[in-house]
Every structure is written in C-alpha cells, then in structure tokens.
Design a binder for this molecule. Structure first.
Ligand SMILES: [Ca+2]
Ligand SMILES: [Ca+2]
Ligand SMILES: [Ca+2]
Length: 376
C-alpha cells in the first residue's frame, strides 16, 4: 500500500475514534440534564382503552397502568413506572366522556414513590364500580393523588370504602365521588386507622352512602378544603363525614359547604366519634364553612351553622370542566364568602373544581364551585 493511502486510512480511523469520543463526552440531548430544569417526574403511563383488561400486550388499561406504576415494569401495553419518582397515569380516550367500567377492584396501589392519576382537563373520565365492586385500594406506605377524576358506583359489600379503601397517603383534587356505597363505614372513602394523611381539595361528594360517614370516614390525619358535600347518607351517624380520629386536632375542615346529608333519616352532616358521651376526635374548624345543620358546631367566627348554602338541586351536573359539580343558586351565602388571601383564596387555591379561575369577583366562594359573574 502506498504511504499516502496508509496515511489517509490512519487519519480516517483517528477521525472516527475522535468522533466517538466526542459523542461519549458530550452532554446528552436530554431536557432533564439542562441547568435549572424542573424536577424530573417519573414515568407517564397512558391509558388508551376503557376496557378493564389484563393481558399480554395490546392496549394499556387502567388496571395494567396501576400495576406498571406499582411494579415499575412494563405491563400489558403500558410503559414501565419509575421506582424513584412519582409516576403519572394519564388517559388518551378522546375528548368526550369515557367510563371505565370495572369488572373487579383495581390492583392495590402500593407505589411509595408516588402516583398521580389525572383524568385531564379535556376529557371526562369516570371510573365506575358499577354498584358491584370497590374501585381503589391504597396500601400503607403508598402515596396517591386523584385529579380531575370521577369515582362512581363503587361498592364495598363486605367492608368500608366503596370508592377508596385507604391506608396510605391519599390526596383528592378537583374530583367527584358519586353514588359509592359501603356496608361498613365510608361510602366514598374510608381512610383507616394507621393511614397517612387524607387531603381533599376542590372536590364534590354526592349520593354516597354507608353505615357511618356517608361520604368519608377518617380514622387518620384528615383535611378538607373548598369542597361540597350534598345528598350523602349514613345508616347511623355522619351523613357526610365521620371523624373517628383518636388524636385530637388532626382533622380540619375549611371553606366547605354541607347540605342535605342524612344519618338515620335526620340531618347530620359531620359527626365526631363519640362513645358514651366522650368524643375522641376533635375537628379543627378551618373557617368559612357553611352547614345547613348544627350536627357539628363549627367554632370559627367565620363559619356558619344552620344556614342553607343554597346548592342547585338535582346533584352533580356538567357545569363545564372534566367532572360534574353542584352550582350555587342565586343568593347563595357561599358566594363571595372568603376574602382574597385567606385560606389560600387566589393563591394556593386559584381555580375551582372545574378549572375556573378563583376568585371571581374579589372573594372566593365556599365549596368546590366558584360562581362566574353573569355578563352585564
Ligand atoms: Ca412507580
Ligand atoms: Ca392490555
Ligand atoms: Ca366569588
């Protein structure tokens, strides 16, 4: 081989090696590595079928998606979850209403790294137990957030928590629980002894029923803000909420409206666990609550007991947004009840359940629904 040819080959090889070296040393083209990038979320797992299936491949069902988040492995058409970061389950089921009718209770959520199940702003995702099965189970140590989601028709025939049986940390945001039932306590949600915190914000509970705590039973840490409870019922106590918290001052309710929640046939919105005249738990009044009875005497001067919040009759309806809500009638005392800057109004709480900006006017409305001023 002539010397010039050998030199050319040597040069080409060196150039190729240099290019490989440069590629190895160069920063990856990954937005996550960019300086100042937001915290990297875990995996996004997209549900693309309403079928409640579990199979070797094909579409990704909600059932498979929860398993993928829990096990951090790809499951039946769903991408693998992350072991270290919070996973997000989203839905690609078109822009209209989509109901996932369960054939059995969903796999228990065990994801300690966190899981958000987000119905999204553009669709109306309903997860239904069909009046036959419990919808969600959350195990101790798991962290889950339900967002823009409707949980309906859950049924716990043998226990508590028709919508969710919770022993983990559960946050419910801009979601509706309707028509769930339990033979035991907590028709919508039962947050059981030893559970992490249950937090409810900008959400609606209606038509749920149980033995005690028609909408919610909580035996753990518990807070409710900017939510609406209407038309829930219990056989014995706590038409809407039963607080069975053994430790005082670990339950708090604020900015929330209660109407027409019945226990044993009479109006009984909120009940503190009482046995032989001794109440074990104390609910802190976060202020700006309106209750149409005096079952629980809210103590803050800004709360009103025995005042009808004047909710629209007929239960939750499509008032815009991804979930059904209960609007306020004209003249409702809940309208403009909370000054801007108080209890997160206009700050941490800057939208209502539908996604409508808060406040409308100078002040926020109590409950999950913010009335929009009619055009003049
Ligand atoms: Ca995970
Ligand atoms: Ca599948
Ligand atoms: Ca307002």
């Amino acid at each position: 081989m002539p010397r010039s040819a050998r030199l050319r080959i040597t040069t080409l090889v060196a150039a190729a090696l240099f290019a490989v070296l440069v590629a190895m040393l160069a920063p990856r083209n990954d937005p996550a590595s960019a300086k100042g990038a937001a915290a990297v979320p875990g995996a996004t797992i997209t549900v693309d079928t309403t079928e409640d299936e579990s199979n070797a491949g094909g579409d990704c069902s909600l059932r498979e998606a929860i398993e993928a988040a829990d096990t951090n492995a790809a499951v039946g058409g769903c991408a693998a979850g992350s072991a270290r970061k919070r996973d997000a389950i989203r839905f690609s089921l078109g822009q209209g209403a989509a109901t996932i009718a369960l054939g059995g209770t969903l796999p228990a959520v065990t994801d300690a790294a966190g899981l958000t199940i987000n119905g999204g702003r553009d669709a109306r995702i309903v997860v239904s137990g069909g009046g036959e099965v419990r919808v969600f189970v959350v195990k101790k140590g798991a962290r889950i957030k339900l967002l823009n989601l409707t949980v309906a028709g859950g049924s716990a025939a043998n226990g508590s928590g028709g919508g969710v049986s919770n022993r983990g940390a559960l946050k419910v945001v801009r979601s509706t629980f309707s028509g769930n039932e339990a033979i035991g306590p907590g028709g919508g949600i039962a947050s059981l002894s030893g559970a992490g915190a249950l937090r409810v914000v900008n959400s609606t509970f209606s038509g749920n029923r149980s033995e005690a705590g028609g909408a919610i039973l909580s035996a753990g840490r518990f807070s409710v803000a900017y939510s609406t409870f209407s038309g829930n019922s219990a056989e014995f106590v706590g038409g809407a909420i039963q607080n069975a918290n053994a430790a005082a001052a670990r339950a708090k309710i604020g900015d929330t409206v209660f109407a027409n929640n019945l226990a044993n046939g009479t109006n009984d919105n909120v009940n503190n666990a009482c046995a032989a005249g001794t109440c074990r738990g104390t609910i802190t009044d976060g202020g700006y609550n309106i209750s149409d009875d005096k079952s629980f005497r809210f103590g803050a001067p800004t709360s009103r007991t025995n005042v009808d919040p004047r909710l629209e009759p007929g239960g939750p309806q499509d008032n815009g947004g991804p979930t059904d809500t209960i609007a306020l009638q004209g003249g409702s005392p809940a309208v403009d009840f909370i000054p801007k800057g108080r209890n997160g109004c206009g700050a941490a709480v800057d939208v209502d359940q539908r996604g409508v900006e808060r406040p409308q006017g100078n002040r926020c409305d109590a409950g999950a629904f913010e009335e929009q001023a009619s055009p003049r």
